[in-house]
Design a protein around this ligand. Structure first.
Ligand SMILES: NC(=O)c1ccc[n+]([C@@H]2O[C@H](COP(=O)([O-])OP(=O)(O)OC[C@H]3O[C@@H](n4cnc5c(N)ncnc54)[C@H](OP(=O)(O)O)[C@@H]3O)[C@@H](O)[C@H]2O)c1
Length: 404
C-alpha cells in the first residue's frame, strides 16, 4: 500500500515507519523540520531508539549531503525550500532495504520512504503533497505535546485533522487512520469499551474542552469511506513521558507522582506502532489500543517509581492513596508550561498520565484527603475488541513493561 503519515517523526511515528516499510508499504512522511539540528543529530528524526534508527541515522549521514538526495529526488523546487527533505528520513530507510534511492512524486524518496515538508495548518500545501503521494491510506499520528501545550494539542486535533482529512478526501483516499485517546470516556466503574460514550458533558471545563477536541478529531476521521480511530492508552517506553529522565520520572523522583485510586490503561509505545500497522485492514470504527492491565495509580506508581530509580510513593493503597497527590507538581525539565496542572487541559492528558484527572486541584478532592473517591471517568479501557481483531500487545502489562 501507499501510506501517507502525518506525525511520522513523533514518538509513535518513528516506530511505525520502519514497520510499514518492512512490510513492503511505501510511506510518505510529513514533517515540518527536515533539517538536521545544529548538533548534527537530525533533531526530532534522530530518536536514537531501535525504530528511530531507521529514520534518524540518515540525518547525520545526509545532513551535509542533501545534494545527493536532491539529485535523486529531483523535487527540490516542489518542496518549497525543503530540498533537504530527504535528509531526515530518506537516507535512513536505506538501512531497511539497502539504501536504494529512487525519485519520488512529492519529495525525495529513498528505500520506500518519501519525505515531504509541510505543516498541517498549511491546507494548500497539504492538499498538494497528499495528491502527489497518491496514498491508499492517510494516517494521522499528529500530536502537539512536545512542549505540553494542551491547547495546541486540541487545536491540532480540530484544525489539523480537518485539513488532513479534507486533503485526503480531495485526493480520493479511501481510508484514514487516526490517533485518539482511551481516556475520553464518560464516567463508569468498569473499563470502557468502544461503545461507551465520550465524556462530552464533563462538568470540568478543561476536561470537556479536551473531550470535545477528541470527538471532533474522531468525527472528522469518520468522514472517510473507511476509517479507524486508534484510542491509545497512556504511552510509556522510550521517547514518552514515562521513561527514565522524562516528565513522569521527574515527578516520581520529587515525590509528586499521585498514587491514588484513579485507573489508567497503559500502552507501550512499540505496541502503539504495531496496532497502527494492523489498522490498515481493520473494519471501520474506533478501537481501544491499551494493554491488558488497567490499574489504579496506587498499584502502578510503586512499580513505575522503581523502574526509573525513584523512591516509592508515600502511599500505595486506594484508601489513602491521595496522600502524595500533587497540588503544584515540581516543574519537570521542559514541562514548565504545564507545571501548574490548572493551566491547561492537563487534567486530561497529563492528569491521567499522573494518576488521574484529580491531579488538577480544581477537581475538588484535595490532596491528602483520606479515602478519596476515584475520579469517575478514570476507569481504564478494555482491549477486548482489538484482541478480537487479532492484535495483542507485546507488552501485555505495565508490570513487566516498565522495566523492559
Ligand atoms: N496516548 C498517549 O499517551 C500519547 C500520545 C502521543 C504523545 N504522547 C506523549 O507526548 C510526548 C510528545 O509526543 P511526540 O514525541 O509524538 O511529539 P509531538 O511534538 O507531539 O509531535 C508528534 C508528531 O506530530 C507532528 N506535528 C506536530 N505539529 C505539526 C504540524 N503543525 N504540522 C505537521 N506535523 C506536525 C510532528 O512532526 P514534526 O515535528 O517532524 O514536524 C511529529 O511527527 C511523548 O513523550 C508522549 O509521551 C502521549
Amino acid at each position: 500500500m501507499r501510506i501517507f503519515i502525518a506525525g511520522a517523526t513523533g514518538a509513535i511515528g518513528r516506530r511505525l515507519v520502519p514497520l510499514l516499510v518492512a512490510q513492503g508499504h511505501h510511506v510518505t512522511a510529513l514533517t515540518r523540520r527536515p533539517h538536521p539540528e545544529p548538533d548534527g543529530s537530525g533533531g526530532r528524526l534522530a530518536g536514537g531508539t531501535t525504530a528511530a534508527d531507521g529514520i534518524g541515522e540518515s540525518s547525520g549521514r545526509l545532513g551535509g549531503g542533501g545534494s545527493s538526495v536532491r539529485g535523486i529526488g529531483g523535487s527540490s523546487e516542489r518542496l518549497g525550500g525543503g530540498t533537504t527533505a530527504a535528509d531526515g528520513i530518506g537516507g535512513s530507510s536505506g538501512r531497511l532495504d539497502g539504501g536504494t534511492a529512487v525519485g519520488g512524486s512529492g519529495g525525495a524518496t529513498v528505500g520506500g520512504v518519501t519525505t515531504v515538508v509541510g505543516d498541517v495548518y498549511d491546507a494548500e500545501r497539504l492538499r498538494e503533497v497528499i495528491a502527489e503521494a497518491r496514498p491508499d491510506v492517510v494516517m494521522h499520528q499528529l500530536t502537539d505535546l512536545a512542549s505540553r501545550d494542551f491547547a495546541a494539542n486540541s487545536r491540532i486535533r480540530r484544525e489539523g485533522t480537518r485539513n488532513l482529512v479534507d486533503a485526503a478526501l480531495a485526493a480520493g483516499v479511501r481510508r484514514v487512520v487516526s490517533q485518539s485517546i482511551a481516556w475520553a470516556y464518560e464516567p463508569g466503574s468498569t473499563p470502557a469499551t468502544e461503545s461507551t460514550p465520550l465524556d462530552l458533558h464533563a462538568p470540568d471545563a478543561t476536561r470537556r474542552a479536551t473531550v470535545e477536541a477528541v470527538a471532533t478529531l474522531e468525527a472528522i476521521t469518520a468522514e472517510a469511506p473507511e476509517w479507524v480511530v486508534l484510542r491509545y492508552g497512556m504511552l510509556y517506553g522510550p521517547d514518552t513521558w514515562y521513561t527514565k529522565g522524562a516528565l513522569m520520572a521527574d515527578l516520581a523522583s520529587t515525590g509528586n507522582l499521585p498514587a491514588g485510586p484513579d485507573i489508567t490503561s497503559f500502552l507501550h509505545v512499540d505496541d502503539a506502532a504495531t496496532a497502527a500497522t494492523a489498522a490498515l485492514t481493520w473494519p471501520t470504527g474506533p478501537v481501544n489500543i491499551v494493554d491488558n492491565d488497567p490499574a489504579p495509580a496506587s498499584t502502578w506508581t510503586p512499580a513505575f517509581a522503581q523502574s526509573v530509580g525513584a523512591p516509592p510513593p508515600k502511599t500505595t493503597t486506594s484508601s489513602n492513596a491521595t496522600a502524595s497527590r500533587p497540588t503544584t507538581p515540581a516543574a519537570p525539565t521542559g514541562a514548565a508550561a504545564t507545571s501548574d496542572p490548572t493551566a491547561s487541559d492537563a487534567p486530561d492528558e497529563a492528569g491521567a498520565a499522573a494518576g488521574g484527572p484529580t491531579s488538577d486541584p480544581t477537581a475538588g478532592d484535595a490532596p491528602g484527603e483520606p479515602g478519596v473517591a476515584r475520579t469517575p471517568w478514570a476507569r481504564g479501557a478494555s482491549n477486548a475488541y482489538a484482541r478480537s481483531l487479532g492484535w495483542s500487545p507485546a507488552h501485555p502489562t505495565w508490570r513487566t513493561g516498565f522495566t523492559s
